[in-house]
Design a protein around this ligand. Structure first.
Ligand code: DGL
Length: 289
C-alpha cells in the first residue's frame, strides 16, 4: 500500500482485506440499478455506494470534467477502503475508465459499457441496435466501438436522452410525462413504417444506469419485437468473473452503505421509493469529495 496526495493506493491486490466492500459510484441514484443486481448476484459482499448528486448530471458535461469527477469519486472510495471498484455510470465508463485504472493499478475496476455492448451484441436479432444514453456517452462513441468489436454486421444509433436522467432522479418513472418524453426521443426509431433508414430498431440498450428505472414505459414504446438490454445483470456477472479471476477474498455478511455528496435526505427518499427492497428511508451519509 502506498500513499499519494493523501490517498491510499493499493499496489498489490493480495494486500486488500476480504472485509473491505466493493465500491460503486454514479452521479446519483441511477447506479443503484447496478448495486441491486450485484446484491442479488453476490449477496455476501458488502457494498459501498457513492452518489455524486452535488455534481450531477455527468451526462451533459465535457469528458475532461467527467474524468475529473470520476477520478475524485474513485479516490474517495479507495480512501475508505474497497477491494474492487464498479463505475456504475455509462458516461464515466465511456470517458474515464482508463484514467481510473491508471490511477489505481492494483485495483480491479469495472465499467458498465462493455456489459451493455455485450448484451446488445447477443440480444439483437438483425443488428439494428438503438442505444439510449447521455449526450456524453453518445459523443464518446464508446458503444459504437464496443459493439463493433462483437458484431461487425450491426448498425448502432446512439440517441442522447438527457431528460430521462432528471425524470428518474425525480422518481417519475412511468405515466404520460415519461411516455411523451420517450416518444420525443425514441418514437421514430421503433416505428415499423417510418424507422430511420427504413429499418426499425430490434434492440434498445438502456445505456445509462438511470434508464432501467423507466423500463416499463420504454418497453411499451419500443414494442413487443424489441429486446431491452439492461447492463446491470451483465455487469454483476462480469464482476463475479473478475473477482474470481483475481482470486479475490470473498466477503461475508452483505450490506449496502450509501453516501451522497449532497442532500442525503432526498437521496434516501428517492432510493427508498425507487428500490423498495432498501426500506422506505435507508440511511445515507453526507460526504464532500
Ligand atoms: N447514470 C449515468 C450514466 O449511466 C449518468 C447520468 C447523468 O448524471 O447524466 O451515464
Amino acid at each position: 500500500m502506498t500513499s499519494q496526495h493523501g490517498h491510499t493506493v493499493f499496489t498489490s491486490f493480495d494486500a486488500i482485506p476480504a472485509t473491505y466492500p466493493i465500491g460503486i459510484f454514479d452521479s446519483g441514484v441511477g447506479g443503484l440499478t447496478i448495486a441491486a443486481a450485484i446484491r442479488r448476484t453476490m449477496p455476501d459482499e458488502k457494498l459501498l455506494y457513492l452518489g455524486d448528486v452535488a455534481r450531477q448530471p455527468y451526462g451533459t458535461k465535457s469528458p475532461r470534467t467527467v474524468t475529473r469527477y470520476a477520478v475524485q469519486a474513485s479516490e474517495f472510495l479507495v480512501e475508505k477502503g474497497i477491494k474492487a471498484l464498479v463505475v456504475a455510470c455509462n458516461t464515466a465508463s465511456a470517458v474515464a475508465l482508463d484514467a481510473i485504472s491508471e490511477r489505481f493499478p492494483g485495483l480491479p475496476v469495472l465499467g458498465v459499457v462493455e456489459a451493455g455492448a455485450d448484451g446488445a451484441a447477443r440480444a439483437s436479432a438483425r443488428g439494428r441496435i438503438v442505444v439510449a444514453a447521455t449526450e456524453g456517452t453518445c459523443r464518446s462513441e464508446a458503444y459504437e466501438r464496443a459493439i463493433a468489436l462483437r458484431r461487425q454486421d450491426a448498425t448502432v444509433r446512439c440517441i442522447p436522452c438527457p431528460l430521462f436522467v432528471a425524470l428518474a432522479e425525480e422518481g417519475l418513472t412511468d405515466g404520460p410525462i415519461v411516455e411523451s418524453v420517450a416518444r420525443h426521443y425514441l418514437g421514430s426509431l421503433f416505428d415499423r413504417d417510418k424507422g430511420a433508414d427504413g429499418e426499425a430498431g430490434d434492440c434498445l440498450v438502456l445505456g445509462c444506469t438511470h434508464f432501467p428505472l423507466l423500463a416499463p414505459a420504454l418497453a411499451r414504446l419500443a414494442g413487443p419485437g424489441v429486446t431491452l438490454v439492461d447492463c446491470a445483470e451483465a455487469t454483476a456477472s462480469m464482476l463475479v468473473r473478475l473477482l474470481e479471476g483475481r482470486e479475490a477474498p470473498r466477503g461475508s455478511g452483505g450490506g449496502l452503505q450509501l453516501i451522497s455528496t449532497d442532500a442525503p435526505e432526498r437521496f434516501s427518499r428517492m432510493a427508498g421509493k425507487l428500490f423498495p427492497a432498501m426500506g422506505p428511508s435507508p440511511a445515507v451519509e453526507l460526504a464532500d469529495l
